[in-house]
Design a protein around this ligand. Structure first.
Ligand SMILES: *[C@@H]1O[C@H](CO)[C@@H](O)[C@H](O)[C@H]1NC(C)=O
Ligand SMILES: *[C@@H]1O[C@H](CO)[C@@H](O)[C@H](O)[C@H]1NC(C)=O
Ligand SMILES: *[C@@H]1O[C@H](CO)[C@@H](O)[C@H](O)[C@H]1NC(C)=O
Length: 265
């Protein structure tokens, strides 16, 4: 029988090894996001590595994976992903503009215990014909022209704190009259809300007016891309499932994208 102290030491070593391996990497997050993209293109989820506690959510409502968008193959015209190694989550935007069912989609994927080898949550906001300012070819045209190359130097990268502040500030504009002025707008910055285009993006902003804060906020923050994506329920104007993505370079907002569905589920 090994003594209790030896057993304790061994357990401590095992715990240490587990902590050391529990690092969430950018590569792991982006590989998992790619498996989601491949599944979406195929309309087949067989190859997705799902954890036993896996959940699928579409437009802020839980449903079976087989009853969601992943059950149908889509031709994707544009795909872009970002990675949050602290929250161990990724964000993928895709646009399918052709066909009878066009979509603009924002999906956050989450992993428990920093383990990117399995997926615990696929959380999708999906807009289609009839949703707010929806016109997929127009949205595609604007977003294709944007420069999403990685930020070249660390001095130009926003901090995690700034990204979260900008994401929250943006969603607070409908309830807090001071929020709009707390955001560092860039001079040459573009806002694409559904298919509605505004430049500079700091023009025509709300200054409060609603008493209902936008709720259910879920964040994916990527300092390397300079982006924050917040999925939420747009309670200030209704109960609309929504994604707001904002890119910040050199401390200033460069791009804003919104995807808004009109109803839950
Ligand atoms: C999904 O992919 C698996 C593995 O390639 C395959 O066996 C299965 O038939 C596919 N399902 C559908 C509905 O195409
Ligand atoms: C995940 O990684 C972060 C950052 O490396 C660390 O602070 C955290 O404790 C890890 N979480 C788990 C559950 O291992
Ligand atoms: C990165 O560098 C290239 C080449 O100098 C430049 O064109 C691009 O705008 C830079 N991108 C960012 C996001 O800094």
């Amino acid at each position: 029988m090994p003594s209790l102290s030896i057993v304790r030491s061994l357990m401590a070593i095992v715990a240490l090894l587990e902590t050391a391996s529990a690092a969430c990497t950018r590569e792991g997050l982006l590989a998992s996001a790619q498996s989601y993209i491949d599944a979406q293109k195929a309309g087949n989820t067989t190859a997705l590595k799902l954890s036993p506690t896996f959940k699928y959510q579409q437009n802020n409502k839980e449903r079976a994976l087989s009853a969601g968008l992943l059950a149908t193959p889509f031709k994707l015209d544009l795909v872009r992903s970002t990675a949050d190694t602290v929250a161990c989550a990724s964000y993928t935007m895709w646009i399918s503009s052709a066909g009878s069912k066009p979509y603009v989609v924002g999906t956050q994927i989450r992993h428990d215990g920093n383990d990117t080898s399995t997926i615990t949550l696929i959380d999708t906001i999906a807009a289609t014909t009839g949703d707010l300012f929806f016109n997929a070819p127009k949205t595609l045209g604007y977003i294709q022209k944007e420069d999403w190359s990685p930020i070249n130097n660390t001095a130009s990268m926003p901090s995690r704190e700034l990204l979260k502040k900008v994401g929250n500030g943006y969603l607070d504009m409908w309830t807090d009259p001071k929020a709009a002025d707390s955001i560092p707008w860039g001079t040459d910055c573009e806002r694409v809300e559904g298919s509605q285009y505004t430049n500079p993006c700091g023009k025509n902003l709300p200054h409060g007016g609603s008493s209902k804060p936008n709720g259910m906020r879920r964040y994916v923050i990527d300092e390397v891309q300079g982006s924050v994506d917040v999925l939420c329920q747009f309670d200030s104007l209704g109960t609309m499932p929504d994604s707001h993505e904002i890119r910040v370079i050199d401390g200033k907002v460069k791009y804003v994208h919104t995807i808004t569905a009109l109803k839950i589920g």
